[in-house]
Design a protein around this ligand. Structure first.
Ligand code: AMP
Length: 302
């Protein structure tokens, strides 16, 4: 069982209170794929330019990630720059250079079309729809988006929301999408748009999920050293979806465990710049941190 992901493969320039990284490998599909690949095989759809290095291709090749669906086009790869203040939940976008992404028309290799699981990472909703149309019988579809599309492509976004099962989104975006500050009410409004599950990422405060009649909340992992929150949301989504695919349990109990797996991957991601925190993990380290999350939220009876 594998998962298809479509999204950006990028070179990021990031400034945080703990340092800076220039032109390092990033992109939503990259963080997602590497995080998910600890749980299930991944098939990526994306585009890079002529400047995309072999060393960066190796980051995918080293893991169980199929890159047949990454097209190489004339021009430069997508580039993004961001800066964080001490409050790592807030970031300023310094620049977004679409480059080869501008004319990207995703085409799925035949072997991807039979996938049952799909993650539509944060890209134009029109492209998310195009990918979904090419998958023959999707069984579990999840989506991420951002303020840029909520403001600029609302109609296409609402259309794609009507065709997905799970929305993974951050708190500010949930408020904006629902036009409602209260997160419980915002989730109700969004659930009425189509998805049956919404997982709200809350940065260092963890995540809150609305799973049918149930609400599940998990804290952020208390880390002593942090480097860079870029990609934490996509790493969360990768761990979450990868775990769901591997377990095959899509009910509330399976979703709860998948949310912990997502939180584990996000907590590793923020410890280093770029892919450094999640590239060289192993089952043991993932399981140990999963147990640390269990211990964090264990309590007895009243
Ligand atoms: P996250 O920190 O999980 O929200 O994701 C950060 C990643 O998203 C970075 O690696 C960027 O390259 C990528 N990114 C930023 N803006 C965009 C955009 N407009 N479209 C697609 N990917 C983007």
């Amino acid at each position: 069982m594998s998962i298809v992901v479509v999204g950006s493969v990028a070179y990021d320039t990031v400034i945080t209170p703990y340092g800076r990284a220039e032109e390092t490998l990033g992109g939503a599909a990259t963080f997602f794929s590497v995080a998910a690949s600890y749980f299930c095989p991944v098939q990526v759809v994306g585009v890079v330019g002529e400047d995309f290095s072999e060393a960066d291709v190796d980051v995918f090749r080293e893991r169980d990630i199929d890159i047949q669906g990454i097209a190489r086009r004339p021009g430069r790869s997508f580039r993004w720059g961001g800066e964080y203040s001490l409050n790592l939940n807030e970031r300023k976008t310094l620049f977004t250079e679409l480059n080869v992404f501008e004319d990207f028309d995703p085409e799925l290799p035949p072997s991807y079309r039979e996938a049952r699981h799909v993650f539509l990472a944060n890209i134009a909703p029109q492209l998310q729809l195009s990918v979904l149309d090419q998958v023959e019988q999707p069984r579990l579809v999840a989506l991420d988006t951002m303020n840029y599309w909520i403001e600029g492509s609302r109609d296409a976004l609402v259309e794609v929301l009507g065709r997905i099962d799970i929305l993974v989104i951050n708190d500010e975006e949930a408020r904006q999408l629902a036009d409602e500050y209260n997160l419980v009410r915002a989730a109700e409004t969004i659930l009425a748009m189509g998805p049956s599950v919404i997982v709200i990422k809350r940065g260092e405060h963890g995540a809150t999920a609305f799973l049918g009649d149930e609400v599940f909340t998990i804290p952020g992992y208390p880390l002593r050293e942090l480097a860079d929150p870029t990609g934490a949301g996509d790493s969360f989504a990768g761990g979450f979806m990868g775990h769901l695919v591997r377990s095959g349990e899509h009910g509330p109990e399976g979703l709860r465990r998948a949310i912990v797996a997502g939180s584990v991957m996000a907590s590793f991601c923020v410890e280093e710049f770029s892919l450094g925190g999640i590239r060289d993990l192993d089952e043991d380290r993932i399981a140990t941190r999963y147990r640390a999350f269990q211990a964090l939220t264990r309590f007895g009876d009243l």
